[in-house]
Design a binder for this molecule. Sequence first.
Ligand SMILES: [Zn+2]
Length: 252
Amino acid sequence: MTTAFLTSALLPVPHGFTTREGGVSEGPYASLNLGFSVGDVREKVLENLRLLAAAAKTPLGALCRVSQVHGDRVLEARGGEGEDLRPVEGEADALWTEAPGTWVAVGTADCVPVLLVDPDGRRVAAVHSGWRGTDAGISARAVEALVAKGGRPERLLAAVGPAIQRCCYEVSGELAQRFTARFGPEVVESAGDSVRLDLTRAVRATLLRAGLKPAHVDVLPACTACAPERFFSHRRDAGRTGRHLNYVVNRF
Ligand SMILES: [Zn+2]
């Protein structure tokens, strides 16, 4: 089976949101686990990364990642060459690059991945937005980083990838209130005693407030928790699961 990933028709550069398909990992990490810190065999994760690089037709040495900490820090990245995986660039939850051929990626297993493209400035960014990062406005921070380099918000393009959707994301009343106050009542749905959060809608609202046009934000509808054969889900699998990588290549 080949590595399979989802894409958005909106983005004019190579990119992908990986699924579980096409890797060599086993058990709860089967098969395309791309995260090192989840208990999988390191050599298998490395092989999965090599398979991804081959599918993305991009050298593994040009891939930039960060150590994700559920914050609002954005880093600039400049990848290397060759086939050796680079160490992470540092602690952050978004990274961008203007270096041709460099690819940036974030890992997820329920959290919302966002890929950003500035087609004029030829810059790309990858964002990891869980509820904490969404609350901290990490997607807006990434937009600001591109705007600081001359990008115009109304020209930026964004694709919001597979994440835990409202169908499966029950949260506390306290968190629901916090998000309602910040993003509006439409990000929360009550059904009986349970309250569910629409995290991707909150991320979309963040991008629109940051100046992106509605037609420039593509939200993929896939729910990670609903499809165990297709996606890793931290919540569904009680933490014992793999990680997807969500990548975008600076190749215009
Ligand atoms: Zn679901």
